[in-house]
Design a protein around this ligand. Structure first.
Ligand code: GLP
Length: 246
């Protein structure tokens, strides 16, 4: 894991976007998996700015969704799919053919998992996977005590995830399950980028980096991988014993 601490959220977002832009410029037909949630939103702004200024071209890229709340579709403001479309895809005219996203309203979630897995295998593997970290260490909806050998799967949501979920929605939603790429997808990705910012993430960042490698903290499962880049701001890094400040 390569850890880089940036002064603040803005710098963390800029560095993350630059990394992705550089990657896509070397491999224009990359398969990208970009998390929903709040952490990547400013990164998306920088990606959009670069696309508009022709510093990067996403027209040959493919995009696969990381996760979704079961029972919520794209029409729900705050769903993962809605977040990605509104904050990125619609703003740089990514076409439907380029995107494969979990449908939280799918009648048969097992078929939905197979559909998404098939899209990834058909495209080789994920080139860059950009992940936020949940307050409980979840990556996507790989919740505490996840089986690390899973590909796409449906999962009962952890109490912490249910608690935090209200921050995404304008209306009250009762979410019980998630549908998500698995740890196996993450491990098999060419490059993994983790991002975290703010003092509230300091404890889980410490557990991710310096804690025991355990399924109880899913983000710790990637701590030994050489192809993991962890971009964090100073607040999120504040409890780390050793880190590389930039
Ligand atoms: C959410 C999402 C994930 C996200 C993570 C962190 O539950 N399902 O896709 O990466 O948790 O979210 P945030 O960036 O808002 O802290």
């Amino acid at each position: 894991m390569n850890i880089k601490v940036q002064t603040n959220y803005e710098e963390m977002s800029k560095v993350t976007a630059e990394f992705i832009i550089n990657y896509v410029n070397h491999k224009p037909d990359s398969l990208l998996c970009l998390a929903g949630g709040h952490t990547p939103l400013r990164t998306f702004d920088y990606l959009i700015e670069a696309a508009i200024n022709r510093q990067v071209d996403f027209s040959e890229c493919k995009f696969v969704g990381l996760d979704e709340w079961v029972g919520l579709g794209k029409s729900v403001k705050g769903s993962c799919q809605e977040t990605l479309y509104t904050s990125l895809f619609d703003r740089i005219s990514i076409s439907e053919e380029q995107i494969c996203f979990f449908n939280g309203l799918a009648e048969d979630t097992a078929v939905e998992c197979k559909r998404v897995d098939h899209f990834i295998f058909e495209n080789g593997k994920i080139d860059v996977i950009l992940l936020g970290i949940g307050m409980n260490g979840h990556l996507g909806f790989n919740e505490p005590n996840v089986s690390p050998d899973l590909y796409s799967h449906v999962v009962g949501l952890d109490p912490v995830t249910k608690d935090v979920s209200s921050k995404y929605f304008e209306e009250e939603v009762n979410v019980k399950q998630g549908i998500s790429l698995g740890i196996q997808h993450i491990v098999e990705s060419d490059t993994v980028i983790l991002i975290a910012n703010g003092a509230k993430k300091a404890d889980i960042v410490k557990q991710t980096v310096e804690g025991e490698k355990t399924v109880e903290v899913p983000s710790s499962l990637v701590q030994d991988l050489p192809n993991v880049h962890f971009f964090i701001d100073e607040e999120a890094a504040s409890l780390l014993e050793k880190s590389d400040k930039e």
